[in-house]
Design a protein around this ligand. Structure first.
Ligand SMILES: Cc1cc2nc3c(=O)[nH]c(=O)nc-3n(C[C@H](O)[C@H](O)[C@H](O)COP(=O)(O)OP(=O)(O)OC[C@H]3O[C@@H](n4cnc5c(N)ncnc54)[C@H](O)[C@@H]3O)c2cc1C
Length: 383
């Protein structure tokens, strides 16, 4: 997109393109919602078998240990085929955290099962009374010697009703000041008695997330990640990875490809005002891609991302929503149609993807919260 492949990278691109073309089922291309586990997990496992499920993970943990260029190439090629969104809570969110904070036993137990797709993870942060103000969470874990007993309620867990395990934040000291000093990070097997998950439908009529109820759930002490009452730092490191992951240009590139297809099919591509808007958006997405891959490189070379993960999430989600807005606009009267349009023999969904993109400025910390972070940490404004 903003760089040229070296000869070795061009070979890798050709290899990736051919393998993905051959192996990504056509039924999984161009989907706007994440397919359910029976449909998507065979694809996850196929990528895993090929060694490409975690390009950014080091080889010692079963990743590909890919160069930055190879990571960009895989992402470009997946976007080119409009590949489906994979469950990322294990690969992008928990994996890097376990590599950093996990005990040898936790790494041995969990990392390879994330890579293989044997275990699907959910993220148990938000609660009905604690979203943006996460430190107010009240789900409590009482210390019972060799285990904790957890009681409380979580909400908005992506794939909570499909997941096998959940990483979660719990209150382990009710009297701590500040509030975040009494929070711990732990892992829970969702088959443990006392856990119920109830799916919630989103605006696009997709059961993307769930509410989780925890009643007297026994969690072994060995499932604590990082120090007791030291979960806030672990949680925030994980959020930085989450924000980075959601800033990938891949999804917006897919929307740009849809805009191309629809505008060519209905003649809008010849309209100079539309072309101007599209060019402006492409420039923004190219800049986003450069920023994103620079950040990936920083992580790979051990440099802290700091507040730039907030900048990236803001830019990326603004671009995604601007692209889906333009898609609706270019579709004209079809923009209000929930049926897929057929353009050049390809089905192109315009409404679903618009609806699905609304959530992007909420999850991983809303845009307002990212702006607060930048106001405080970059501009030094009072909190
Ligand atoms: C698709 C999706 C998937 C999600 N997946 C998960 C998941 O897997 N696990 C999980 O734990 N959570 C998940 N969430 C929850 C998400 O993290 C929260 O929705 C988010 O943090 C906002 O919290 P809230 O919904 O409680 O809104 P609130 O915190 O109640 O905020 C409501 C509104 O007020 C604004 N606001 C709040 N505080 C301030 C402030 N100080 N300054 C300015 N504006 C403010 C917010 O920006 C927002 O517009 C998901 C959410 C979505 C939409």
């Amino acid at each position: 997109m903003f760089r040229k492949d070296s000869p070795a990278d061009a070979d890798f691109r050709a290899e990736a393109r051919e393998w993905l073309e051959t192996n990504l089922p056509h039924t999984l291309r161009g989907m706007t919602a994440r397919p359910h586990p029976p449909e998507i997990m065979p694809w996850y496992k196929a990528l895993s078998k090929r060694g490409w499920i975690a390009p950014h993970w080091p080889k010692e943990y079963g990743g590909m240990g890919a160069t930055l260029a190879q990571q960009i190439i895989i992402s470009d090629e997946l976007a080119r085929l409009s590949a489906p969104h994979l469950p990322v809570q294990g690969i992008n969110h928990l994996g890097p955290i376990l590599m950093r904070y996990g005990t040898p036993g936790q790494k041995a137990q969990h990392l390879s099962r994330i890579i293989s797709g044997e275990v699907i993870w959910a993220q148990g942060y938000s609660e009905p009374g604690a979203g943006s103000d996460l430190a107010s969470l009240t789900t409590r874990a009482d210390d019972k010697g060799d285990h904790f007993v957890v009681n409380g309620q979580k909400i908005w867990q992506t794939w909570g009703h499909y997941a096998d395990w959940m990483f979660m934040l719990v209150r382990t000291d009710a009297n701590a000041t500040p509030k975040h000093a009494g929070i711990s990070f732990m892992l829970v097997d969702l088959k443990t008695p006392g856990i119920k998950a109830r799916p919630i439908m989103n605006i696009a009529d997709d059961d993307e997330f769930a509410q989780m109820f925890l009643d007297d759930v026994v969690v072994p002490k060995g499932n604590l990640v990082g120090p007791l009452n030291g979960g806030w730092k672990v949680a925030n490191d994980l959020l930085a990875h989450e924000r980075l992951g959601t800033s990938s240009p891949q999804h917006t590139m897919e929307v740009l490809a849809r805009i191309d297809r629809v505008s060519k099919a209905n003649g809008k591509a010849a309209d100079p005002i539309f072309r101007d808007k599209l060019a402006a958006l492409r420039i923004k997405v190219t800049a986003q891609a450069a920023m994103f891959w620079h950040a990936v490189d920083m992580i790979a070379t051990g440099q802290p991302l700091g507040p730039s993960s907030s900048t990236m999430k803001l830019v990326a989600t603004d671009n995604l929503q601007a692209a889906t807005d333009l898609l609706i606009e270019v579709a004209g009267a079809n923009g209000a149609d929930s049926e897929r349009l057929t353009t050049d023999g390809e089905p192109t969904d315009v409404t679903q993807i618009f609806l699905q993109s609304r959530r992007a400025t909420i999850y991983g910390g809303s845009s307002e919260i990212q702006r607060n972070v930048l106001a405080k940490r970059v501009l030094g404004l009072p909190g």
